[in-house]
Design a protein. Structure first.
Length: 97
């Protein structure tokens, strides 16, 4: 029984390494998700001058995670990130600050 278990573990290790290689290659070609901490820092800047910082930060983080970008500055510049600009809430107004 032990040789079969060892063989199974070895087979699983080989298979997992073959799946890991394409994942590493896709990261080298450019990340598809924001880097850890990048949304926090960008949204911190974006929401730094608002009177509703917690709410601004919450919605900015949602938009950043979905769109993978945040416009520069504290207001406007939404043309830099069309996904961020085009997100609408249930009332039809801009979801992203």
């Amino acid at each position: 029984m032990r040789p079969a278990l060892a063989t199974l573990l070895l087979l699983l290790m080989v298979l997992s390494s073959s799946f890991l290689e394409p994942a590493i290659a896709s990261v080298e070609n450019g990340p598809t998700v924001p880097l850890p901490g990048s949304c926090e820092s960008k949204c911190g800047v974006r929401c730094s001058k608002t009177g509703y910082q917690k709410r601004c930060f919450k919605y900015c983080m949602i938009c950043c995670n979905e769109c993978k970008c945040v416009p520069s500055g504290t207001y406007g510049n939404k043309s830099e990130c069309p996904c961020y600009r085009d997100k609408k809430n249930s009332k039809g107004t801009s979801k992203c600050p």
